[in-house]
Each structure stands twice: as C-alpha cells, then as structure tokens.
Design a protein around this ligand. Sequence first.
Ligand SMILES: NC(=O)c1ccc[n+]([C@@H]2O[C@H](COP(=O)([O-])OP(=O)(O)OC[C@H]3O[C@@H](n4cnc5c(N)ncnc54)[C@H](OP(=O)(O)O)[C@@H]3O)[C@@H](O)[C@H]2O)c1
Length: 273
Amino acid sequence: MTNLVAGATGTVGRRIVAELLDRGQAVRALTRDLTKADFPEGVEVVEGDLTDPETLVAALQGVTGLHLITFGGPYFTPLETGPRILELAGEAGVRRVTVLNGGGDTPLETAVRESGFAWTVVMPVEFMANALSWADGIRETDEVREPFTDRLSAMVHEGDIGAVAAVALTEEGHAGQTYLLSGPRVLTVKDKTTALARARGRDITLVELGRDEAIAQWRAAGQPEDVIEFLLEVYGNTPEVGRTVNDTVRRVTGRPARTFDEWATEHAAAFTA
Ligand SMILES: NC(=O)c1ccc[n+]([C@@H]2O[C@H](COP(=O)([O-])OP(=O)(O)OC[C@H]3O[C@@H](n4cnc5c(N)ncnc54)[C@H](OP(=O)(O)O)[C@@H]3O)[C@@H](O)[C@H]2O)c1
C-alpha cells in the first residue's frame, strides 16, 4: 500500500507524510523541485507538477492512497487539471483520495467529489502555523501589530490535520466525508500572543492597528490586493465555523486536538532572538 502526498513540502503535507510514516505506511512525497525536498529516511521523493498531469504518471505507479491539494501555483491558483489527474490515478489503481480544502469551492475538489474514488475532504479552519507570520516582528521588536485583535479563531494544529488525512487514507469508514477540523479552544489574538510569550519566556506587546494602518502594513509586506481584501473580510467578520470548536479530530484520530500552547512550545525557537 503506497500513498502519494501532493503538497508534501508544505505546512500540512509535511505532517501528512510524518503521520503516514508513523503508521508504517509507504510514502511518496511529490514536489516540483527535488533539490528542495528534505524528508526523513524512508520517504520516497518524486518529481511532478499538478498543472501538468502527465508528469505524475511515474509518481502514481503502484499508489493506492492519494492526497491532493486544490491549487497549483502562487497565491493558491486553483487547479483545473483535476479530471485528468483523477483519470491517471484510476489507471494506476488508486482507491482512496483525500483533499485539503482550499477555503472554498474549487474545481479540483468538485472533480474529486464527483469521482468514483473513496474520497474524503479535509476542511481545516485557520492553521496554528499562521502565527509564524508574527515571528520576525516578535524576534526583532517583541511586538505583534494587528487589526481586529478581538477576533476569535478556533485554530487547528497542522499535525492534527495531517493525522486526520492519514487516517482517511489508510482506514475504512471515511469515504464521502467532509471533515471540518478545529482546534480545542476559541482564541483571541491576545490569547495567542500570551501563549507565545509564555513559550519563549519573554513578553510580547500587542499593538492594535486600525483598518488603514493594517492595509498599509500588508501592502508594505508585498501582499496582493485580493489577499488584503480576504484578510480584512475574515478578520473583521470571521465566519461562525472559523470560531467554533468541534470534536472531529478526536472522533477521527481517537486523540484530543492539540492546543495552541503545545504548538507555541514546539515552535518557541522561531519566536526567540
Ligand atoms: N493557512 C490557513 O489558515 C488555511 C486554512 C484552511 C485552508 N487552507 C488551505 O491550505 C492550502 C495551503 O496548504 P499549505 O499551507 O500546507 O501549503 P504551503 O505550505 O503553501 O505549500 C504549498 C505546497 O503546494 C505544492 N505545490 C504548489 N503548486 C504545485 C504544483 N503545481 N504541483 C505540485 N505541487 C505544488 C508545493 O510543492 P513544491 O513547491 O515542493 O512543488 C508545496 O508543497 C490552501 O489551499 C489554503 O487555502 C489554509
């Protein structure tokens, strides 16, 4: 039983690879650039590009479990090649397919749902890893400068996203499911900076930005205008699912969802000068 993981060099894909390895599964990690890939021993790294499905033929040989992402380029450009990828997957003998939801409807996810595979969609709320975007500011100035600091997030540990995907790829009983995944608590920005300060052993000042100040900061950081619009919308008006705790991680994996305190402890070095 071999599993091919797309997005394997990314935040979530790495964790899926690790969870599959822990389960004693054969794992192939897909990347467009073999020189970039550093994986633990035992992982077979294969080259291929999801925007050019014919490049995946060799990578798919002997694969029974396939994890897919919904994008294929910068700023999460939606993949339009789903039907051909799935055709090749069928020819190769794939049986189970998981997809990391791209935060909305995407052509690839639609193609997977309409396919005859035993598919599972993994739909996380905000990743805890998004806190890494504060790492430079915290190391350099002991500050986090953010708008909408009262916003709520039920953010989820990416290790738990990986664990759910690994279960769905390797066990019966998850076909046709869309798993909305949250962490164990609803957090404000202040809750997060407090946890990070505790983990690194040094205070962090939270500076509340107005809307215009936030836009200026994001522009200065090179964020495209549509990303800025997206951030204003999700931060200013977080949808209910994004600020509601659910028990999917525990139900699917049998383990409690990991806390932001655990995440902060694991990543303390990134926030320490
Ligand atoms: N951040 C959040 O809070 C959040 C919440 C919910 C959902 N999401 C969704 O999560 C997804 C992002 O996941 P992530 O953060 O794990 O990704 P990431 O860290 O940005 O990594 C991107 C991955 O995609 C691969 N990739 C990109 N284009 C490719 C192509 N044409 N062919 C093959 N591989 C390609 C890259 O592989 P190589 O560069 O090695 O080829 C890399 O492994 C998005 O769909 C986003 O909407 C994010």
